[in-house]
Design a protein around this ligand. Structure first.
Ligand code: ATP
Ligand code: MG
Length: 447
């Protein structure tokens, strides 16, 4: 196995040599006579741990620590302190040293410390890697929210997952249509198969057709080679047709035929292809309306909508807000490595008062920005993107006025969503029924 690499920094040559000799059986050692030289070594070598004296000419130990901790990947530092200078040791620990030994150095203790430090470093790196893998790789399958509406969507998704039924997902932009699609695919019998996604609004008619169904060499200018389409690529898995409402009529016909017969031909091809693909489509338009407007085939509409999942906009399920906020704070504190504990009531009121036209995606972006901006371990109104504060308050400027306006708005919105049912509204708002009556009176609301 490759030896771990230790850099020893001390202006006293005797100490350097003694330590270097004591450690070189177990480690690859490097030496430097002051902080500046240490930085030079670090620029060239990958070092796993540093042993550093504090009192050195040039760049001293504390300054070296500061510089190291500003690096992208700080190397752990164990400081060596002179006799009876416990204060400097404490100071060094505050500056981020991971431990200290005092002179004269007890070599057994030092060996133990080095091993402990290396183990710690290894764990940290492993942890970071795992988190990264979770955050970056693998589809996100956790859907946050306890509202009845979302619960129904989840249940329906899991229920249809086990079948091969064609699913249509309707919902405004940012409500979680792709998330539901992933949940269906990864809980289905073809979870190990491919999931192929196509945004139907992202291509012109001709390109979309060959993207979906592929083309034969020479079928049009530029078709220099035969190309497989997404239907073929999705064989044995799921094909996700995003923004299906934007699909041109000519392609709707081909899709309909596929749904009826499981067959199609490549553009410019004569051979009939057959693949086994489950179709999930999504739209942020009302597909029924497109049918009555005549831009979407009704026979295709019925075929796509064997099962329909409708995700309501966030403003109609404000009960989900708190869980989403907490979930996203967790996610982004991890991602950005910030020690944020919670969000305060005022900021939460602001979030509850806003109507989230961009739905969950907008909320997620808002929380990410707040997490990044926050200077303390609590998120406050100060950290919420300004546009939200402005829009949510409708231009009120005093803080008290702002809070009243938010409260009024939250009550109005909630009562609208419960169609005036006060018991339900009070529950959603998390206040007593009597309090709700009092507030209705206070804000002179008509129910
Ligand atoms: N209930 C939820 N819990 C956790 N994350 C969610 C939830 N709903 C949506 N998200 C997240 O919000 C973002 C937007 O969701 P998604 O991409 O699924 O929306 P969409 O409906 O496909 O939007 P668009 O119509 O704009 O494509 C994603 O990062 C998704 O993971
Ligand atoms: Mg989407």
């Amino acid at each position: 196995m490759e030896k771990n690499r230790v850099l020893i920094v001390d202006d006293d040559n005797m100490t350097l040599q003694t330590l270097s000799m004591a450690l070189e059986d177990d480690y690859e050692t490097f030496t430097a006579t002051n902080g500046l030289n240490a930085l030079k070594v670090l620029a060239k070598e990958d070092v796993d741990v540093i042993l550093s004296d504090l009192d050195m000419p040039g760049l001293n130990g504390i300054e070296l620590l500061t510089r190291i901790n500003e690096m992208e990947y700080p190397v752990p530092v164990i400081v060596i302190t002179g006799q009876g200078t416990i204060e400097t040791a404490v100071e060094a620990m505050k500056q981020g040293a991971c431990d200290y030994v005092s002179k004269p150095v007890n070599l057994d203790r030092l060996a133990l410390l080095i091993e402990k430090t290396l183990e710690n470093k290894r764990l940290k790196e492993e942890n970071k890697l795992l988190k990264q893998q979770i955050l970056e790789h693998g589809p996100q399958l956790d859907i946050i929210g306890q509202s009845e509406a979302l619960h129904k969507c989840k249940e329906l998704a899991l229920q249809v997952a086990s079948t091969k039924a064609t699913v249509l997902i309707e919902g405004e932009s940012g409500t979680g249509k792709e998330l539901i699609t992933n949940i269906i695919h990864y809980n289905s019998p073809v979870a190990h198969g491919p999931i192929v996604k196509v945004n139907c609004s992202a291509f012109s008619e001709g390109v979309l057709e060959s993207e979906l169904f592929g083309h034969e060499k020479g079928s049009f200018t530029g078709a220099v080679a035969t190309k497989k389409g997404r239907f073929e690529l999705a064989n044995g898995g799921t094909l996700f047709l995003d923004e299906v409402g934007e699909m041109p009529m000519s392609i709707q016909v081909k899709l309909l035929r596929f749904l009826q017969e499981k067959t199609f031909e490549r553009v410019g091809g004569t051979k009939t292809m057959k693949v086994d693909v489950r179709i999930i489509s999504a739209t942020n338009k009302n597909l029924g309306e497109l049918v009555s407007e005549g831009t979407f085939r009704d026979d295709l509409f019925y075929r796509l909508r064997v099962v329909k999942i409708e995700i309501p906009p966030l403003r109609e399920r404000k009960e989900d807000l708190d869980d989403l906020v907490t979930g996203f704070i967790d996610k982004f504190t991890q991602l950005h490595g910030k020690p944020i504990e919670r969000i305060d009531d005022e900021a939460l009121a602001l979030i509850r008062g806003y109507n989230w036209p961009g739905n969950v995606r907008e909320l997620m972006n808002c929380i990410e920005s707040a997490v990044v901006m926050a200077r303390e371990d609590v998120i406050t109104v100060e950290d919420i993107p300004e546009y939200l504060a402005y829009k949510s308050a409708g231009g009120v400027d005093s803080k008290e006025g702002l809070l009243h306006e938010l409260e009024r708005k939250a009550i109005v919105d909630t009562l609208n969503s419960t169609r005036g049912e006060k018991v339900k509204a009070a529950k959603i708002l998390g206040i007593g029924l009597r309090t709700l009556y009092r507030k209705i009176e206070k804000y002179e609301l008509e129910v």
